[in-house]
Design a binder for this molecule. Sequence first.
Ligand code: FUB
Length: 358
Amino acid sequence: AAGCGTAISKPNVNSEPYPFGNPVIKHMYTADASPHVMPDGRVWMVTSVDLDAGGGYSTMHSYHTFSSANMLEWQDHGKKFNITDVVENENPDQLDWALWAPDMIYRDGKYYLYYPIHIRHRGEPKVNGRLKVTSYIGVAVTDDLNKPFKVLNEHIEGTPGIDPSIFIDDDDQVYLYWGQKWVARLKDNMMELAEPRQQIEIGDDNRFQGKFMEAPWMHKKDGKYYFNYHTKYDGKVSETNPDDPTRQKSELAYSIGNSPMGPLAFGGTLNYELGFGVQADITYPGKPYVPWRLTQSNHGGVVEFHGKDYLFYHTSALSSWRQDQFSERGNWTQRSVSVDEITYDKSGNVIPVQQTLS
Ligand code: FUB
């Protein structure tokens, strides 16, 4: 479904042609893709960046942008935002500041980058045995996608949480979704909520007692609103047995309805379940198999491009593959963006997207 990425920076990896298309970016680790068609007619995405050296979620300190005219070849436009654009005096002994899943959209001649700041308070007392965490949404702006973004509103009031995503409806109303199913209309200035946040009703997922976790995204098709998100099913963490029915699972699910504010009814699976920490045996083209360490997180963005809908998501397939091929470090939090087409049945239900490597 997806094609080759851009040049690969590591010498040993450069010399080895990848036997697969997904993930679409191979020269660095990318996650949390937010795809939109921009005025130049190309699909652009802003992504989180996972470090080559590993280190996990608290080391995510920048965003990159990429664009494509065909969903196959992706141009890297480089780093466009850094944690130091927000935090001037970070004290690493006290706080972990991280940039988590962003969104980037076009509106009236400007491009807006919505970003969540995720802060772990290392210097403060723990809460229930865990570090206290704060998070909220900020917005930055540029008038040219080749230039860096500049902070417009460091902290949008009333936005506790992570994972902002923007949906602009056909009537031009702009909606901000984030965190725990929050939604609010934005003011025309794009930097303030126009109303207090509400929690969107997504209906009951009765299949496995699924619980909404994060990564909200709205898209519209044939007049219906499709709201997708990462859902987690409780269970034990199993490193070894993907078939264990009691293990913890996660997938991208969706709810569907007639209004961008809800209420919505539970729809089903958007992409098939990924195991938390499960080693699944996946056949790579030209190889018997390598163990594909599936990613711990799941995050979906949807874009319509030339009449087709595409799901952007991430896996840890690339870091697993490198680990297997080159004994390099590979882990759950070295994620890579993949793209696959979304298809629907006659009633407008999503046919669950299978992850592909081709
Ligand atoms: O990438 C950091 C976090 O992991 C995102 O904010 C979540 O959606 C998950 O993908």
